[in-house]
Design a protein around this ligand. Structure first.
Ligand SMILES: C[S@@+](CC[C@H](N)C(=O)[O-])C[C@H]1O[C@@H](n2cnc3c(N)ncnc32)[C@H](O)[C@@H]1O
Length: 279
């Protein structure tokens, strides 16, 4: 299914106009239900790019919230081979279309469409989540995504952002902007690790995937720099002194609940395995 560029852009504009005209209101669905978001399908080339950005693959469980005629779920199963796909859709007319589309694509064994309200269904088993909703709906979903979904879950939203949670990546296809996030692990607070006999204490402040803070070691306290938190993967640098000479300590690790397992090196030397523990 190919949509002309201007049709895609118009559809997106129509969605925004509808939104601003009735911010608090529901929209009438075709199947006698009220919708939080009117039905506007994502053009197929945009669907493909969304799933490419998410790097959807055979290891993934994919959910599309407000799945319309099921095109994103069907494409993820047929072309990206996800092991399980679920579409959550409140309008029974769309569910009928989605089931027919899954049947013609030959993916009914891996794909399910649930006729229900997306706010009433637990979608947190997904590790790939796609959305073409509205800004206020994204914001309502944001706490569930950040606090209940597994770190490392990939989220792609067609056209709409997540407030002040800035995307890890974005792209534009035929005038439509796509936003990509990776659900970050929780690293805010105090951590401790040892390198030989030296104890290091860190205090991190986290705002989504942005982490700032200090490390205190034998040579005193310093701010961390170059920190990157992508899902469970966390790295940062800290300037320390060794034998009286300044050196950059690189910390690279994987967050698993209250521990960060990884390694530190000092200016690229003396690499040591460490486990930081949450205090
Ligand atoms: C903009 S369309 C996106 C359709 C599809 N995801 C796509 O990108 O082609 C939004 C969809 O969300 C559905 N929807 C609206 N409110 C919903 C709700 N509360 N629960 C589940 N689905 C809802 C609408 O019926 C519509 O099909």
């Amino acid at each position: 299914m190919t949509f002309h560029k201007s049709i895609g852009a118009l559809a997106c504009a129509a969605l925004l106009v509808a939104f601003s005209a009735s911010a608090q209101n529901k929209f009438p669905g075709e199947g006698g239900v009220n919708l939080d978001v009117p039905y506007v399908p994502t053009p197929q080339n945009v669907v493909n790019r969304m799933l490419e950005m998410a790097q959807a693959s055979a290891n993934d469980i994919h959910y599309d919230l407000g799945s319309g005629d099921g095109r994103i779920v069907v494409t993820a199963a047929r072309d990206f081979k996800v092991k399980k796909g679920v579409g959550i859709e409140i309008d029974p007319v769309r569910i009928k279309e989605a089931n027919a589309n899954a049947k013609s694509a030959g993916v009914t064994d891996r794909v399910t469409f649930m006729q229900t309200d997306l706010f009433a269904f637990d979608f947190t088993e997904a590790n790939v989540l796609t959305l073409y909703l509205l800004p206020d709906v994204n914001l309502k979903l944001r706490p569930t995504i950040l606090d209940r979904m597994k770190p490392g879950t990939r989220v792609v939203s067609h056209a709409f952002t997540m407030g002040d949670w800035r995307p890890d990546n974005q792209d534009t296809v035929d005038g439509e902007t796509l936003y990509f996030w990776v659900v970050p692990s929780k690293v805010g607070g105090n951590w401790e690790w040892k390198v030989g006999n030296d104890t290091y204490l860190a205090n991190f402040t986290q705002m989504y995937q942005v982490v700032t803070g200090t490390v205190t070691g034998p040579s005193g306290q310093t701010m961390i720099s170059n920190s990157v938190l992508r899902g469970e993967n966390f790295r940062f640098d800290a300037q320390v002194t060794q034998g009286g000479a300044p050196v950059t300590m690189h910390f690279v690790g994987k967050v698993a609940g209250g521990q960060i397992g990884g390694a530190v090196d000092f200016g690229g030397k003396d690499m040591t395995r460490v486990t930081a523990t949450k205090k």
